[in-house]
Design a binder for this molecule. Structure first.
Ligand SMILES: CC(C)(COP(=O)(O)OP(=O)(O)OC[C@H]1O[C@@H](n2cnc3c(N)ncnc32)[C@H](O)[C@@H]1OP(=O)(O)O)[C@@H](O)C(=O)NCCC(=O)NCCS
Length: 174
């Protein structure tokens, strides 16, 4: 658990009790075509992937870290309620996911995003989407923008012994 502003807001792992609020948050942005919608079934089944930001007892942000393979995890469903944006919650959620990936021994975290600038501020680098293994595209077939996708792939090596250099993001073993 990470305390952002003493006793006011907290980043913590989600519980099943948070799922309705997470769905409202994610699907609110999905209606604006900013992210993919999530069903309650998807959220309950993947609740252990989720982090939430709680502000004065309310869930105002979420993000999920989904392990794709032994050396790869996806950061997904990043959302902060409009009234709570600009307070560092997005950054805190990404940091929580990165720390979790590192603790789990996952070498690389990637995201598909419309806001690559936010990730670049956190040392992610843009990568060619085609480099990502096919299994990470399984959700895309359900996206209305499947044939006209403008999401950008970004990636961060989180392992402490990760090699340096531009080609390092290509070393996926899937
Ligand atoms: C994108 C989003 C999660 C950012 O959350 P947030 O809590 O406002 O972000 P933070 O306050 O932690 O901002 C961290 C940094 O990213 C920058 N940033 C935030 N949103 C940005 C955006 N849309 N474009 C460019 N930079 C952005 C901030 O200026 C800040 O920079 P700084 O640290 O130099 O001041 C939030 O705006 C959101 O939920 N948007 C709608 C859903 C969405 O687009 N989700 C992303 C899907 S990958």
């Amino acid at each position: 658990m990470l305390s952002l502003d003493a006793q006011v807001s907290t980043v913590r792992k989600a519980s099943v009790r948070d799922v309705p609020a997470v769905q409202k948050l994610v699907n609110g942005f999905a209606e604006k075509d900013l992210m993919l919608p999530r069903s309650l079934s998807q959220l309950y089944e993947n609740v252990r992937d989720f982090w939430v930001v709680e502000e004065q007892g309310q869930v105002v942000g979420c993000a999920a870290l989904h392990v794709s393979w032994k050396d790869l995890a996806e950061l997904k469903s990043l959302a902060v309620a409009e009234a709570s944006q600009g307070k560092g919650y997005g950054r805190a959620l990404i940091e929580a996911c990165i720390a979790e990936a590192r603790n789990m021994g996952v070498a690389q975290v990637f995201a598909l995003t419309y806001v690559p600038e936010l990730f670049e501020k956190m040392m992610f680098e843009r990568i060619d989407r085609a480099l990502l293994p096919r299994k990470v595209w399984t959700e895309c077939v359900y996206c209305p923008k499947f044939h006209d996708c403008t999401e950008v792939a970004v990636s961060l090596l989180v392992a402490e012994d990760a090699p340096s250099g531009a080609s390092r993001h290509l070393r996926l073993t899937t």
